[in-house]
Design a protein. Structure first.
Length: 154
């Protein structure tokens, strides 16, 4: 498991990031702020796994990097769960992710808002399969990959 886990996490990270960027640049699904943040743990996990694989690390250094990888992926699962909660309206999301609280009071304000462009909202589900959003899939896969990273430490 010591040599397999980093390779699997590297492959999963590459697949998740490829899917996210494909959805954005090929599928036209614009990511919200939380979607962008959810990519960071995958970048970190993929990077640490790549270092383990390329440098053929074993022993305490590999266990430490796998621990850090697992913690990054757990953070990603937590962030994904938070995003699911925002999508399901269980709690409010960050201010940058929600609809403006105030309506424009005049034509000038409306024109200014339209020129600024609308940021994608975190509480709107742009894509889902079998009732699970991309944030939901990210939560599940991050949690499984974190368990794999922790198992790879043994």
């Amino acid at each position: 498991m010591r040599t397999i886990a980093p390779s699997l996490i590297l492959a999963i990270s590459a697949a998740i990031l490829a899917a996210a960027y494909s959805a954005q640049y090929i599928g036209g699904v614009q990511p919200c702020v939380l979607c962008l943040y959810q990519r960071l743990p995958w970048i970190a996990a993929g990077g640490m796994s790549l270092v383990i694989v390329l440098m053929s690390f074993t022993g305490p250094l590999q266990r430490t990097l796998m621990l850090l990888t697992g913690l990054a992926l757990l953070a990603g699962a937590g962030l994904g769960f938070y995003h699911v909660g925002v999508e399901q309206h269980w709690w409010a999301g960050p201010g940058a992710c929600s609809a403006p609280q105030e309506l424009p009071q005049n034509l000038g304000e409306l024109q200014r808002m339209l020129r600024a462009g609308a940021e994608p909202r975190c509480d709107v589900i742009p894509w889902q399969k079998w009732g699970i959003s991309m944030a939901g899939y990210n939560t599940i896969i991050s949690f499984v990959a974190a368990a794999l990273a922790f198992a790879g430490r043994r």
